[in-house]
Design a protein around this ligand. Structure first.
Ligand code: CTP
Ligand code: ZN
Length: 156
C-alpha cells in the first residue's frame, strides 16, 4: 500500500490547522477527559473520535481542539484517567511539539475521597490528596488520611 493511502486510512478525524491533538486516551474515559478539561463549555471547534483501533489501549479516543494550547497543570489533571495520553501541538497543520502527561504530586479537586465519613464528603470542601504511588494510582487524603486506590477513584 502506498504511504499516502496509509496516512489517509489513519486520519479518521480530520487534521486541524492550529491547536492541540490529545491522542491515546482510553476510550472509556473520553467524556471524563472532556469534562476535566472543561471542553464541554468552551467555544473552540472540537472534533473527537472514539473506539479507534489501538494495540496498547484496546480502543482509544482522540480529541482535537482548535486554537487551544493547554498549560501543563491543566493537562496534568487528566493523568488520573489518561496517564498515557500524548499531546501534539499543531501550528499551520504541522506537529511542532509532542508532550506527555505527567502525574502531579498533589491532586486538588477532581477526585472524591473514598471514605464516606471524610469531611470532604459531608461539607462543601474541595478534596486534596498526596499521590503516594503513581502506578497503580494511590492517593492519600489530606483531611482524613485514608487511601483511595485506582479502582476506587470516582470523580468529584
Ligand atoms: N494531526 C492533526 N492535524 C494536523 C497534524 C496532525 O490532527 N494538522 C494529528 C494526527 O492525526 C495524529 C496526531 O496529530 O493523530 C499526531 O500526528 P503525527 O505526529 O503526524 O502522527 P504519528 O506519527 O502517528 O504520531 P504518534 O505515533 O506519536 O501518535
Ligand atoms: Zn478523606
Amino acid at each position: 500500500m502506498k504511504d499516502s493511502m496509509k496516512k489517509k486510512l489513519k486520519l479518521k478525524v480530520s487534521a486541524i490547522k492550529e491547536g492541540t491533538v490529545i491522542d491515546h486516551i482510553p476510550a472509556k474515559n473520553l467524556f471524563k477527559v472532556i469534562s476535566i478539561l472543561g471542553l464541554d463549555t468552551i467555544k473552540n471547534q472540537i472534533t473527537f473520535g472514539t473506539n479507534l483501533e489501538s494495540s496498547k489501549l484496546g480502543g482509544k479516543a482522540i480529541i482535537k481542539v482548535s486554537d487551544k494550547f493547554f498549560k501543563d497543570d491543566e493537562i496534568n489533571k487528566i493523568a488520573l484517567i489518561a496517564p498515557h495520553a500524548k499531546l501534539n501541538i499543531i501550528r499551520d497543520y504541522e506537529v511542532v511539539e509532542k508532550r506527555i502527561v505527567e502525574t502531579p504530586d498533589t491532586i486538588k479537586g477532581i477526585v472524591k475521597c473514598f471514605n464516606p465519613m471524610c469531611i470532604t464528603n459531608n461539607e462543601t470542601i474541595t478534596t486534596s490528596f498526596r499521590v503516594v504511588e503513581k502506578e497503580p494510582m494511590t492517593l492519600k487524603c489530606r483531611y482524613c488520611e485514608k487511601i483511595t486506590t485506582e479502582d476506587q477513584i470516582r470523580m468529584q
